[in-house]
Design a protein around this ligand. Structure first.
Ligand code: ZN
Length: 114
């Protein structure tokens, strides 16, 4: 996954998380933060810590852009207790998750053992 640099929050408050969409698009482009594909249809404002598990609804630091597929696949599996178990493209160096052999990505098995 390519690293995502959102920078500082461009807003003080927003009323609903969907209002963050143009800010996210401007800061990181309309690409899925997970699969990196351009989002050609409906980009989804994605919550790093799921909103149903206590994640902040409108805090810039809890928001990314996701495609419909990745957002559904991630589902509501992240909580304030387990979000450190994952690599996040706006916080971690996600380039270490894969190695490339002959042009194909391969999961970095060493990373999974740490
Ligand atoms: Zn995606």
């Amino acid at each position: 996954m390519r690293p995502v640099d959102k920078g500082e929050s461009p807003y003080n408050t927003i009323k609903k998380y969907q209002d963050a969409l143009p800010y996210l698009g401007e800061k990181i482009g309309y690409y899925c933060s997970y699969c990196e594909f351009p989002i050609k249809h409906v980009p989804e404002v994605e919550h790093v810590v799921s909103k149903s598990k206590g994640g902040d609804i409108t805090d810039w630091m809890n928001l990314l852009l996701g495609c419909k597929y990745c957002n559904a696949r991630k589902s509501a599996n992240t909580t304030p207790e387990n979000d450190d178990d994952f690599l996040w493209p706006d916080v971690n160096n996600t380039a270490i998750a894969y190695t490339y052999e002959n042009g194909y990505p391969k999961v970095n098995e060493q990373l999974l053992m740490d």
